[in-house]
Design a protein around this ligand. Sequence first.
Ligand code: ADP
Ligand code: MG
Length: 528
Amino acid sequence: MMGHVGGADFIDVWGEDPKFTGPQIQFLLSSIKDYQLTHGSTLKNVNDEKLHTVQSRPVGVSLVPSKFPRNCFEKAVELQPVFNELYARVSTDEQWLEQELGDFLQENTFANILWSIYRGVRNDYGQMPQPISLGVFRSDYMTPLVQRGHNEEEPALKQVEFNTFSCAGATHANIVADMHRHLHKIGAYGSMLGDPLQTPKDLPPNNGIRGIVEGLKFAHNAYIETSPASNMRKGILMIVQPSNTNIADERPIEYALWAQDPPIPCFRVIFGGPAMRTTSLGENGELIYTSDTCAFSPLEVSVVYLRAGLDLEEYNHDGYHCRARFEESRAVKVPSVLGHLATFKKVQERLAMPGALEHFLDEEKSALIRSTFMEMWPMDNSERGLWGQEIATSEESFGHVLKPSLEGGGNNIYNDRIPEFWEQVPVEARKNYILMKMISPLPQKAMLISFKGSWNCQTVSELGILGVCAWRVGKKTEMLYNETPGWTFKTKPETENEMSVVKGYGFFDSPRLWDVDMNWEPAKKEAK
Ligand code: ADP
Ligand code: MG
């Protein structure tokens, strides 16, 4: 049941969890508002921007960290280096991608753009000009109940999707994790997490911002070490979208690069036309950045960190050519075009096929990774594809989600809306989709606030584990760097399907690690 945060009625619906009094909730609310305002836990109101000023609004957050099974969290962290390695290998395996994606590479417009950029550069140069790539990845999970033994159930770690491109949210998540720790310290949660002046053992540390910066620094230094000596200054370009409401997720990374000793220059450049006008290729394939507003102009670009270029609409003439120019240059890309292709949900579906993981990993690692997969179906004319199409056109569609090859939230079709939608998908477009079994995690009560209001309702949470890794293409892909610095954690009302916080569905939160015991009847009853 939805209710507003604040007032004594809240206490009745909190169930077995710690109870908060009206004054405690008021204290939490006023502390959170000020914390968000002073730490950039905000979205920019780009539509109201004036030359001399701009306003912002706080991102949606949870007042109290939500419970998340400790064993699932630990498993997700343990698996991340393996996922990093897997996706690094997928990102360098042209043959596997070509064989597994097949016609999709020709017929899916976006995939075809990336594939043709790759083939164009490889054919022109014989090999890719920069053998090193950096990945900033995020593996997203939920924890449904699965059968354990005869009569028991326990939460299991199940993957929603794996993101290799333009992963957002790490900075917001880092700030909200720090905020929840601060609220614990000032006693706003009472003794829920132990002695307020002791480090809370149930709130895992989150170093997402530092982790991304360390990865970029690694790539920057790797570029310098492997490049011919030159006198030009070296620096990073962060490629961004115009009028971006989510600068608070990007800017702190840039500031932290400048705050290194010695500073690592980092400039923001808008994808497409502006990037075309301010960059050029040097004699040895260097990417050169030239701009009136860059004090070091011309700058030799060590790393191109893409936080734009995720929407097909961005690939007009300039968009296409700027992406191709990056790929043609010797700069380290975050990620390369093949690395970008690896994020397509079609790849996730192919990796779930029997034997697919073993192409990249040993049996033990493959089994661990596979244990996190939900069942998926292609929607093509293969035997399995026809089976998927049968599900999509029947009552069986309930309990499934249909996903197009698009990113960024708001694109999926759920449950009984699938059959009607599927009827309207033109036959030639059908292979762009995958069908996936829905994950239904155990709901719990949470208090959520955003600039739109406050909610006290049943919610579900999604954990994203951040992976930062670098690899070098060669006969065998070599991992140069492989880290798991942090996480994102988002909570949404149970009635909501999507999770994007920026689009207003989800709320940033922190996992409160919880040792699942088998005597958790109250929680189970509440879930039903
Ligand atoms: P994208 O983030 O690229 O739009 P996702 O696959 O992450 O695509 O789907 C968006 C959201 O939809 C997820 O964050 C999750 O909340 C929900 N969702 C996606 N797949 C499932 C699933 N199999 N079960 C339950 N919820 C899902
Ligand atoms: Mg997602």
